[in-house]
Design a protein around this ligand. Structure first.
Ligand code: AMP
Length: 288
């Protein structure tokens, strides 16, 4: 496995692979790898000749009062995990390598981003699509793998790929969870013991909401109200949002008559957790 920290070495490896006609699976991450990331690597390994993993905590996608400084890092563990999962190349750039000088260009995300995390984290998705545009151009993937834990991100990146005609496909991958239902996240290490005990409530609430739809609930406002109450009773975390929208277009719904996402974000002391469930108009679970 190669570990590459500079642009030139990455580009020369990638050009060689492209010349040889190899397909490239790309898994972009911010590191501190867990089983969620491993599932993306496994999917990439199965479907491509070459797997590239990037590890970069992208400052552009963090707001001023967010957890950039507390974001967990473990280079040695990440290297081992990548190696054990058949990654061919890890791209591990520094901030100076990615942004040697302030960018002259800015991409604005004008749809799919004024809701959910896009509304709570202004500028977040601009940061995400900026770094991904660079990474896609550098890695020239055939397929890029994204977790449905960040379902809004998958929807925004899919739009990026379509709008700018990147010659690649986004592959969504189902959320990997702890035994008690909590979505695996690098940020879970920043939960206190008590918060960790309460955190499975996010997924419980979402499944509770989905079941209401299965039982016939069609009214989004009613659904949100009942789900919010359920969640408030189960955790002292502060709810940032609970929203129901169409998926993947992320438009408001007046009635639940199409594929939808019920998504939640909760602030704990040192971590903000997100989770979601995507379901059809009868409340049936939709995976990936
Ligand atoms: P991150 O390192 O948190 O930026 O995540 C990198 C990629 O891994 C993103 O596509 C995430 O959606 C995905 N990911 C993170 N957590 C999970 C999880 N629990 N299950 C599946 N994919 C995940």
């Amino acid at each position: 496995m190669d570990v590459v920290t500079d642009i030139q070495s990455l580009q020369s490896k990638v050009s060689q692979w492209i010349q040889e006609g190899k397909s490239i699976g790309f898994v972009p991450t911010m590191g501190y790898l867990h089983e969620g990331h491993v599932r993306l690597m496994e999917a990439a390994r199965e479907e491509n000749d070459i797997v590239i993993l990037s590890i970069f905590v992208n400052p552009l996608q963090f707001g001023e009062n967010e957890d950039l400084d507390h974001y967990p890092r473990d280079e040695e563990h990440d290297r081992k995990t990548a190696e054990q999962n058949g990654v061919d190349l890890v791209f591990f750039p520094s901030e100076d390598v990615m942004y040697p000088e302030p960018m002259s260009m800015q991409i604005s995300v004008v749809r799919r981003a004024d809701v959910l995390c896009g509304r709570s984290r202004p500028g977040h998705f601009e940061g995400v699509v900026t770094v991904l545009t660079k990474l896609f151009n550098l890695c020239r993937p055939t397929r890029a793998y994204f977790g449905m834990k960040d379902a809004q991100q998958a929807a925004v990146v899919d739009a990026l790929i379509n709008d700018f005609n990147f010659p690649m496909t986004l592959v969504p991958v189902e959320t990997v969870r702890e035994a008690d239902g909590l979505a695996k996240s690098s940020r879970n290490v920043n939960l206190s013991d008590e918060e960790r005990m309460e955190a499975p409530a996010l997924q419980e609430a979402l499944q509770y909401g989905r079941k209401l739809v299965e039982e016939g609930e069609k009214n989004p406002d009613q659904l949100i109200k009942t789900t919010r109450k359920f969640l408030e009773n189960k955790t002292r975390g502060k709810i940032d949002y609970i929203e129901l929208l169409s998926y993947p277009s992320l438009e408001p719904l007046t009635t639940i008559d199409q594929q939808a996402i019920l998504a939640v974000a909760v602030f704990y002391d040192k971590a903000r957790l997100i989770d979601n469930v995507v379901f059809g108009k009868q409340g049936e679970l939709i995976k990936g």
